[in-house]
Design a binder for this molecule. Structure first.
Ligand code: R5P
Length: 299
């Protein structure tokens, strides 16, 4: 049975459809004082369960809701709870950048483990300093990638001539490499300096975008600042066209409008975060992993 938290109900039904299994039913509401109420409406005793909860936009609330849900499922006798966090908030605060800062990522990981989660999966998680999730979690944990799905969509829907894949910063190399392999072409990454939450500067390295159709790939589009700066550089270099793809379209404020105004031809994201550009579903990726995890009732 697949349970979707309030952030991921649609995605959870897509995964349930892919697998031909039942979607679990929950009652979630707020008490008048603002506290959250959660009730599991199915009999789940001795069952293997999948929980999907993308932690975006209201992360504190969604983390807490997940804790209530997983703890309740285990308390009601679930045999195994395998959880997917398509977007994992707080992953960017995986280091104490200034003395005294909270290591939010570590705290969230501890909480998720402590409610009895048996296994966790994330998708293109932004833990740049975390090489392997198994270094952070004591339970089995794995980071999946949606980039092949994005690249396949681009190949089908956005034909490109002499394509070149660009990652807008050094960390994006992991995604640019995968997309380039999938498109059978080369890639490069830019150098990025961040001056604040909304201010970044990017510089090209070796590859030239002249007369080429470009695909810029990143994990997250938040304010859009990174992508807008990358677009400026690419058009100055003489790119023919620029498509943009990301796994997690947070799209804070007017990010999408800014990117379109900066000249992007197509902007594509996945449904880890529902948005106007979520053209690619990660449901097949999650379903495949559920099958591999060998839960009873799926094959
Ligand atoms: C940073 O390292 C990430 O990979 C993204 O490039 C970043 O989060 C995008 O943020 P924004 O859209 O606000 O520039």
């Amino acid at each position: 049975m697949i349970f979707g938290g309030s952030s991921s109900q649609e995605l959870a039904s897509r995964v349930a459809n892919e697998l031909g299994v039942k979607s679990g039913k929950l009652e979630i509401r707020r008490f008048p004082d603002g506290e959250k109420y959660l009730r599991v409406l199915d009999d789940i005793k001795n069952q293997d369960l999948v929980v999907i909860q993308s932690i975006h936009h209201t992360p504190d609330e969604l983390v807490f809701e997940y804790l209530l849900l997983a703890d309740t499922l285990k308390d009601l006798g679930a045999r195994r709870v395998v959880s997917f966090f398509p977007y994992f908030a707080y992953a960017r605060q995986d280091e104490r950048f200034k003395p005294g800062e909270a290591l939010s990522f570590k705290t969230v990981c501890k909480l998720i483990e402590n409610v009895g989660t048996d296994e966790i999966y994330t998708i293109d998680m932004h833990g740049h300093r975390v090489i392997k999730l198994s270094d952070v979690f004591r339970i089995p944990a794995q980071n999946l990638t949606a980039v092949p799905l994005l690249a396949d969509y681009v190949k089908r829907m956005c034909p490109m001539q002499r394509p070149l894949v660009i990652g807008p910063d050094a960390e994006a190399e992991q995604w640019a490499r995968v997309a380039a392999e999938r498109l059978g072409t080369d890639f490069d990454v830019f150098e990025k300096k961040r001056y604040g939450d909304r201010q970044v500067e990017v510089r090209p390295r070796k590859a030239s975008a002249k007369d080429r159709d470009i695909l810029v790939v990143d994990d997250i589009i938040s304010t859009g600042g990174t992508i807008v700066e990358a677009l400026k550089v690419l058009f100055v270099q003489g790119a023919r066209s620029v498509n943009v793809a990301c796994t997690h379209p947070i799209l804070a404020g007017d990010a999408l409008e800014k990117i379109r105004q900066a000249g992007a031809k197509n902007v594509i994201g996945t449904d880890t975060i529902p948005s106007p550009i979520s053209h690619v579903s990660v449901a097949p990726l999650i379903a495949e992993q559920v099958r591999k995890a060998g839960l009873s009732g799926t094959s």
